[in-house]
Ligand binder design. Structure first.
Ligand code: PMP
Length: 390
């Protein structure tokens, strides 16, 4: 029996560059000690106060079908958050609650792109992007960014690919680079969207994790609120990756269609999860700072460790839970470096190539192990790179 071409072609064929990750997992499962700096998952769990709110909501009976667009109080809280943090007046009808940011990314492309429409995304990219676009039957087209420009997409980078495209997916703070888009970048994105009549899908799931600079939402730029969907999530900001709760914010008429899509796909998010998310948002920025603090601390540690040498260069990043290391001076590809590092030192990092061609010769390091182990791993990576470069 034949499955759909859509589902069969989701990964686009070829190696997905995640071999190092799978090999490391196999070693761990076989009982070998591996320092895993691979995926974007906190080394802390969801705060017990959030779990208590979840439990109370479930025990009080919020376990039936929940409101498909999201419970009103949560939509209001998300709208208020966006209004306060981005300066764009946002109301309940501009918000749909989704089972995480990933579902929001898919729903956004479903809402904006017809089958065969070209959807732009920036390289290096979060691993699911091209598959998400293909899943919506759109055609992914890459906007290449450059390490020399700290992987910030420029107006010219976008313009080169924008002819005939329908949408562009951007991500700040960025996974995999940790780069926070500066004002010229965000203004360039906005200008390109207006000039080429593109929808902007803005993945802002790391918006609370900014260690240097400030988070700027493309939606807040002139002329952009009417053509932007913002994807948000509780996963990273509140260490709620397993709860599967996020949102999409945008023009009310688009959100209405997305609620209709949710009715025919997810049927919403469990009520007790939404109540827990509401509790967490109402706790305010203090809880978010606590969740993000380890990454800010480890980034500072890395800056200190990597200062004063040129073999492993830190891409100038300002946020998220990742570091991007430029290891081109060793002469190895990111993939070779990562494989050899795993084999010789039992440290797992992601090759830059896993996230596209732009990050070739780089490594993505997730800052997701406790400080001492993190510091030891980085020290080993640096020593190993120096040996290779010598
Ligand atoms: N966007 C980016 C850039 C991510 O890194 C992730 C998760 N790693 C997601 C979206 C999806 O997150 P979630 O579905 O957990 O909200």
């Amino acid at each position: 029996m034949q499955v759909s071409n859509r589902i069969e072609g989701l990964n686009g064929g070829g190696s997905d560059g995640w071999d190092v990750f799978y090999r490391a997992r196999a070693m761990v499962n076989a009982g070998e000690p591996v320092t895993e700096l691979t995926i974007g998952e906190h080394d802390i769990r969801t705060d017990p106060t959030i779990l208590a709110a979840m439990n109370a909501a479930a025990m009080s009976g919020h376990t039936g079908y929940a409101s498909v667009p999201g419970v009103a109080a949560l939509r209001d809280a998300v709208a208020l958050r966006l209004t306060q943090r981005t300066g764009v007046a946002t109301t309940r009808d501009s918000i749909v609650i989704t089972p995480g940011g990933q579902a929001g990314l898919f729903a956004a492309h479903m809402a904006l792109c017809d089958a065969g429409d070209v959807a732009l995304y920036c390289d290096p990219y979060y691993a699911t992007y091209p598959g998400t676009i293909r899943g919506a039957s759109a055609v992914p087209r890459v906007v290449m960014t450059r390490p020399e420009a700290a992987f910030q997409p420029s107006y010219a980078d976008i313009a080169e690919q924008a002819e005939g495209a329908r949408s562009i997916l951007v991500n700040t703070p960025n996974n995999p680079t940790g780069v926070v888009y500066d004002r010229p970048t965000v203004e360039g994105i906005a200008r390109a969207c207006c000039d080429f009549d593109l929808w902007c899908i803005s993945d802002e799931v790391y918006d609370t994790q900014v260690w240097e600079g400030a988070h700027l939402s493309p939606r807040a730029m002139e002329g952009m609120a009417a053509r932007t969907l913002v994807v948000g999530s509780m996963s990273k900001s509140h260490a709620m990756t397993g709860s599967r709760v996020g949102w999409v914010a945008g023009p009310a008429e688009v959100i209405e269609h997305m609620v209709n899509l949710a009715t025919h796909t997810t049927y919403g998010v469990p009520g007790y999860i939404q109540d827990a998310a509401l509790f967490a948002l109402k706790e305010g920025p203090e809880l978010e700072s606590r969740v993000g603090a380890p990454f800010e601390r480890r980034r500072r540690l890395a800056q200190g460790l990597l200062a004063g040498q040129n073999v492993v260069k830190l891409v100038p990043s300002g946020g998220a839970m990742y570091l991007m290391l430029d290891c081109r001076a060793t002469g190895l590809s990111g993939e070779e470096f990562a494989n050899r590092l795993l084999d010789t030192h039992r440290i797992a990092v992601m090759p830059g190539e896993s996230f596209g061609a732009a990050a070739a010769g780089h490594l993505r390091v997730a800052m997701t192990v406790e400080d001492a182990a993190f510091e030891a791993a980085l020290t080993t990576i640096l020593t190993f790179a120096k040996e290779l470069a010598a």
